[in-house]
Design a protein around this ligand. Sequence first.
Ligand SMILES: Cc1ncc(COP(=O)(O)O)c(C=O)c1O
Length: 350
Amino acid sequence: MDIRIKKIENSKLSNVDLNNIQFGKVYSDHMFVADYTEGRWSSLSIVPYDNLEIAPGNFTLHYGQSVFEGLKGYKGDNGRIHVFRPYDNLKRMNISARRLCMPDVPEDVFIGGLKALLQIDKAWVPEQKGTALYIRPFMFGNDEYIGIKPSDTYKFIIFTCPVGSYYSEALKVKIELNYVRAAKGGTGYAKVAGNYAASLLPTQEALREGYQQLIWTDGKDHERIEESGTMNLMFIINDTIVTPRTGETILRGITRDSILTIARDWGVNVEERDVTVTELMEGIRSGQLTEAFGTGTAATIIHIKAIGYKGVDYDLPPVPSDSISNRILDHLHKLQRAQTEDKFNWLLHI
Ligand SMILES: Cc1ncc(COP(=O)(O)O)c(C=O)c1O
């Protein structure tokens, strides 16, 4: 598909220190925009990153018909840009879209737009270890309409932000026993905006209590562990990686899948199954649970140093630098910069 390109007159890059950036606060020069009208995608363009014009009666502002994705591009040793698993984000975006009665974004729009955008803004990809270009594709219903029915028109946009580390140290998290992130039949498996709005209040309460994140539990009896903030969860129990199985209530993380795939390839035992709060607490008490960590695009892997349960904090043991998770993290870092064999064909090279 043809993409119309209008470049910015003066790049903002000279005002930015790429090696010292707050996550999600700095936006690259351009964005990719496509419009869906009369049943098809058209008007593909790359334009300077700027405000959108939206009607006050825009359907999404009122009713939240919006899905998004998050992925990263990395600068390799040769100066090339490597995007990590973008086809998986495309697939997941369309799973989310179907849940909200939105059209699929075709591969040539998503991947074609992404490639063209990164060609133009490749100078925005930072180089230093721990940095990356965060890529945010999203789609929203664009009808001006008050009333509940799916929009007829949509906008799909990709913009990018150079980013540093999301978390700087291991987390103290609280097992949430009151609020619910997702229920069977709901939207937990989809990356829809409303899920995140609903998580704000419970997360604020946890922050006020001195935690950095929540661990969500199932909506029925708060006994099965689900995920944490915008991360999937994994535990090392008796040298096995144990992680809640994904289903209707858990987002299928691409980092999660990457870690499990590498672990299985290395011969590490992996179990995707129900993990209960009781099992977790007993594992901490007996010492059989040696690690807990969150996995996601923003942080890749971040360890949990303490878990709060019913008002009591349980400390986890320190994690040695050669632990399973640290070895996988190190491998992922190399893979993302194409410094090791891309055995599973995960990188898109720009
Ligand atoms: C709710 C939730 N769970 C898990 C993840 C981790 O997914 P991924 O590894 O694809 O970033 C994310 C982030 O996208 C998320 O928002």
